[in-house]
Design a protein around this ligand. Structure first.
Ligand code: KIV
Length: 273
């Protein structure tokens, strides 16, 4: 791991994101949903933590991100903020909380910012929700856009395949990315699109582009922490690099514990009062 310097210890802000893009320094981002994991990630020198609506999948066991509520993301967001000193904390706006009713969207955005203490929001969508985004940005809330595969639209796509392979969808994505930058988004996440398209968007935009399954040309990378730590046994898509096998580590630790309890090995004299 590259060591973090003294100056690296300063709180990461949306301005830091911009400066990192300008000096060509890649931005590291992972998801977290709880205090303990967030503090571990923060202490390891991660630049940004996303309280993703993937909490619906990895924390609650739902098949999609759609069931996650505003109250739930606020609970996760607050827990993460409590564990973070340095990283920029970004909270996802859940499905249905930013979709074509700017006043209602702003109300939801304000609730998340007030009740979690997060630094910014992430919102899925382009032109269709431009008015909502503008209203939120005008209220002084930093917004990260999210284009490409947008899991909140899974019922429209019918699957989690690579997006924007066809020219028409790629053209719309490029237009939407420029629009989001114009609206004032400080960064844009691009999910599961061809690497060449992500590289083109990252080169065109002056705000940082964060990729997930979008190749090496983005200005930064984000992964779901459970995936990169190997906690989801059966889930290993091509875009995830597994840095640990926590499923095996936890499984064998728990097996040992069960055995120790059953055989009365635990607790021993030193572990008793
Ligand atoms: O919710 C999430 O984890 C995300 C990432 C996949 C970018 O939005």
């Amino acid at each position: 791991m590259s060591a973090s310097t003294e100056s690296d210890k300063r709180k990461v802000t949306v301005q830091t994101f911009q400066k990192m893009k300008e000096r060509g320094e890649k931005i590291s981002m992972l998801t977290a949903y709880d205090y303990t994991m967030a503090s571990i990630l923060d202490q390891a020198g991660l630049d940004a933590i996303l309280v993703g609506d993937s909490a619906s999948n990895v924390m609650a066991g739902n098949k999609t991100t759609l069931p996650l509520t505003l109250d739930e993301i606020i609970f996760y967001g607050k827990s993460v903020v409590n564990g973070v000193k340095r990283a920029l904390v970004v909270v996802d706006m859940p499905f249905g909380t930013c979709s074509g009713n700017p006043n209602k969207s702003l109300k939801s955005a304000i609730r998340i910012m007030k009740e979690t203490g997060a630094d910014s929001l992430k919102i899925e969508g382009g032109e269709e929700i431009a008015a909502d985004m503008q209203k939120i940005i005008n209220a002084g809330i930093p917004v990260m856009g999210h284009l490409g595969l947008m899991p909140q639209s899974i019922n429209k796509y019918g699957g989690y395949g690579v997006r924007a392979k066809a020219d028409a969808e790629a053209e719309k994505l490029k237009k939407d990315a420029l629009l989001l930058q114009e609206l004032g988004c400080y960064s844009i996440t691009l999910e599961k699109i061809p690497a060449s398209l992500a590289q083109e968007v990252a080169t065109t935009l002056h705000v940082p582009v964060i990729g997930i399954g979008a190749g090496a040309g983005a200005d930064g990378q984000v992964l779901v922490v459970h995936d990169m730590l190997g906690m989801n046994k059966g889930f290993n898509p091509r875009f995830v690099r597994q840095y640990a096998d926590l499923h095996t580590v936890i499984n064998s630790a728990v097996r040992q514990y069960v055995d120790d309890v059953k055989t009365s090995d635990f607790p021993n004299i030193q572990e008793s009062y």
